[in-house]
Design a protein around this ligand. Structure first.
Ligand SMILES: *Cc1c(COP(=O)(O)O)cnc(C)c1O
Length: 333
C-alpha cells in the first residue's frame, strides 16, 4: 500500500492552480467568543461544484496518463463526489460515467448530467454499486476513481488545508469533517508540511462513529449505514489508505450530534451569511461544542461543502436551537 506524501500534495497543488477556486478564509468575532479560540474558517462550500470534492476528483483525473483520460472514468456516488467527477471530467475532456442510486434526488441527477456525466442507475436495496463500477471499468476500459480511498483524491483534498496554512500561517489545531477520510488524511499531509505541531482532528457524526471505533480497535471497523443528517458522512467504513494515514498522523477523531450540526448551520446562515450543508458543518460543530479543548488556540476549521436542497435547509434551520452539547466524545489516534 503506497501512501501519498508531501510530493503528491505539491503535485496536486500545481495541477489545481488556476482551476480550483482559492476559497476564502473567513473570521467571526462571534465564533471566536463562542469557542474561546481564534477560528479560521476555510470555506470550501464556495469551491467549484459546491464542495472540496472538486480538488480530489480533478487531481485524480488530471494525473491519469493521456490515453486513460481519453478512455474515460467511472465512479459510484450519490453525493458531491459524483458532481465533482462529472465537472472535472468535462473540464479535462474525459468521458465520465457515474453510478447513482435510482432514488437519488432529481436535483442531484440533473446536476450530474448537467456537467456532462453519463448517469448509470442502480437499485440501492438490490445492487452492489462497487461491483457495477468495477464491471463498467472492465467492459469499457474506464478508470475507476473512488470517492476517498485513492492517493490522488487524498492529495487533492489536502490542498484546501495547504492553502489555509499558506494564508494564516501555523495553527495549533485543525478540525476536519470526516466521512471516508479523504479530507482528513489529506489535511494531515498539509499540516505535516506546513505546521508540523498542529493537531489535526477528524470530526464524524455521533451516530456513525466507525472512525473512532477503528482507531480504538487498530483496524478498519465497518458499521451499518448510520442515521444522521450528515449525508456526506454516511460512510460505513474509512478507506484503507485513509485509515493508515489518519492513524499515523492525526491527533484523533471526535464526534458531534445532529443537533450540533443544525446549530452550526444556523450560525453560518445567520452570522456569516453562508449556506453550509449538514456534513459541511461537522468541524465547526466540534469547535462550538468544545469536543476538542480550544481555549486560546489558533484553530483552522474546514467548512467542507454547501450542497443542500434549499427546502431541506430551510426546514433544518427553522427548528428552534436544540441542546447541542450532548453525545460528543474523543478518541485519540
Ligand atoms: C465527502 C464529504 C465529506 C467527507 O469527506 P471524506 O473525504 O469522505 O472524509 C465531508 N463534507 C462534505 C461536504 C463532503 O462532500
Amino acid at each position: 500500500m503506497q501512501l501519498p506524501d508531501s510530493k503528491d500534495l505539491q503535485a496536486a497543488a500545481q495541477r489545481l492552480a488556476g482551476v480550483a477556486h482559492r476559497t476564502p478564509v473567513l473570521r467571526s468575532r462571534m465564533a471566536d467568543a463562542a469557542s474561546g479560540a481564534q477560528l479560521f474558517f476555510k470555506c470550501e462550500n464556495l469551491q467549484r461544484g459546491g464542495a472540496f470534492k472538486f480538488r480530489g476528483a480533478y487531481n485524480a483525473i488530471a494525473a491519469l496518463p493521456a490515453a486513460s483520460r481519453a478512455a474515460g472514468v467511472v465512479t459510484y456516488s450519490s453525493g458531491n463526489h459524483a458532481q465533482a467527477i462529472a465537472l472535472s471530467a468535462s473540464l479535462l475532456g474525459a468521458p465520465a460515467c457515474i453510478v447513482m442510486p435510482s432514488d437519488a434526488p432529481a436535483a442531484k441527477l440533473a446536476a450530474t448530467r448537467g456537467y456532462g456525466g453519463e448517469v448509470v442507475l442502480y437499485d440501492r436495496f438490490r445492487d452492489d454499486r462497487e461491483a457495477i463500477g468495477r464491471q463498467l471499468a472492465r467492459d469499457r476500459g474506464l478508470t475507476l476513481i473512488p470517492p476517498y480511498d485513492h492517493a490522488d483524491v487524498i492529495a487533492g483534498a489536502g490542498t484546501a488545508a495547504l492553502e489555509l496554512f499558506e494564508e494564516v500561517g501555523q495553527l495549533d489545531v485543525l478540525l476536519v469533517c470526516l466521512g471516508g477520510g479523504g479530507l482528513t488524511a489529506g489535511s494531515t499531509l498539509a499540516a505535516a508540511a506546513m505546521s508540523p505541531r498542529c493537531a489535526v482532528w477528524g470530526v464524524e457524526p455521533a451516530a456513525g462513529n466507525d472512525g473512532q471505533q477503528s482507531l480504538a480497535a487498530g483496524r478498519v471497523i465497518k458499521i451499518d449505514v448510520p442515521q444522521t443528517l450528515a449525508d456526506g458522512a454516511q460512510t460505513q467504513r474509512l478507506g484503507d489508505l485513509n485509515f493508515a494515514i489518519i492513524r499515523q498522523r492525526a491527533a484523533g477523531i471526535v464526534t458531534v450530534s445532529d443537533a450540533a450540526l443544525i446549530s452550526a448551520m444556523r450560525f453560518f446562515a445567520e452570522r456569516m451569511k453562508m449556506v453550509v450543508e449538514p456534513t459541511g458543518a461537522l468541524a465547526a460543530a466540534a469547535a462550538f461544542t468544545g469536543a476538542v479543548p480550544l481555549a486560546g488556540r489558533r484553530v483552522g476549521v474546514i467548512v467542507s461543502g454547501g450542497n443542500v436542497d434549499l427546502t431541506r435547509f430551510a426546514g433544518l434551520i427553522a427548528q428552534p436551537a436544540p441542546d447541542a452539547s450532548d453525545s460528543r466524545s474523543a478518541v485519540r489516534a
